[in-house]
Design a protein around this ligand. Structure first.
Ligand code: PXP
Length: 251
């Protein structure tokens, strides 16, 4: 059996981070999104944070209007964000935990403690035909909770795996990758579509592409960083090639 095509969602938040450093209008994250699509991105991800530190409301509205590929609206499960998502009508909403003091999304959602609230929000978004994804830790408990919440999609947090590799902690990395592998298999058993993301680079994307149950990777920081040196289209094409190479060896 051949594995499904692995989609690449490009997160353009950090183009807005650079723009906001000067308070002006350049670089424009929507221009980056259009360029990313031209270079082979299958979709665009943007996180409208409560503190609007990078993406702003108007960016999200423009993305929805101007891009030709699916928009994945990353958001906290708050009333304000749900109202914006219902107005924007993105293709998908990825619900993430959010802490003001964090530099990035540090862990998966508390799908057990927040079960009832997440179930309510998921149902509300689904009623508006928005595909809901829950950003979770790669654990059986989190998957079972996501299933009970009624999420059609989960995104597995790959941050711990990527961190352990970048710190040269090979044993921990092997353990983390095993967790991701088992979680992806369990998602498939539950009939949940499985995505992955956080901290991925060319190498880790190539490796994770071998897991056939994972059908989408969402990648931001590394690609925008690479774009400084090689340009966004080259960074995206190189990432696409790494993913295809890994996928060709799906296990
Ligand atoms: N997926 C989710 C749910 C995220 O919160 C993030 C970070 O915004 C990413 C993917 C992308 O992570 P990175 O920027 O480390 O590639």
């Amino acid at each position: 059996m051949t594995a499904a095509r692995l989609r690449l969602g490009v997160n353009i938040d950090h183009v807005a981070t650079v723009r906001n450093a000067r308070g002006g209008v350049v670089p424009d994250p929507v221009r980056a999104a259009l360029l990313a699509i031209e270079a082979g991105a299958d979709g665009i991800t943007a996180h409208l944070r409560e503190d609007r530190r990078h993406i702003r409301d108007e960016d999200m509205a423009r993305l929805k209007r101007e891009i030709s590929k699916p928009l994945n609206f990353e958001m906290a499960a708050t009333d304000d964000m749900v109202a914006i998502a219902l107005r924007t009508r993105p293709h998908a909403s990825c619900l993430v935990p959010e802490k003001r003091s964090e530099r990035t999304t540090e862990g998966g959602l508390d799908v057990i403690g927040g079960h009832d609230h997440l179930k309510f929000v998921t149902a509300e978004l689904k009623r508006a035909s928005i595909r809901v994804s829950l950003f979770i830790e790669p654990s059986m408990e989190a998957l079972e909770a996501a299933h009970s919440i009624g999420a059609p999609v989960v995104e597995l947090h790959t941050g711990s795996w990527c961190d352990s590799l970048s710190h040269g902690e090979t044993e921990r990395a092997a353990h983390e990758f095993e967790r991701i592998t088992r979680a992806a298999q369990h998602a498939a058993k539950l009939g949940i579509e499985c995505h992955a993301g956080h901290g991925l680079d060319y190498e880790t994307a190539r490796t994770i592409a071998r897991l056939p149950q994972i059908v989408e990777l969402n990648i931001g920081h590394f690609l925008i960083g690479e774009a400084i040196f090689v340009g966004l289209p080259t960074a995206i094409r190189t990432m696409r090639a790494a993913m295809d190479e890994g996928r060709a060896h799906a296990v």
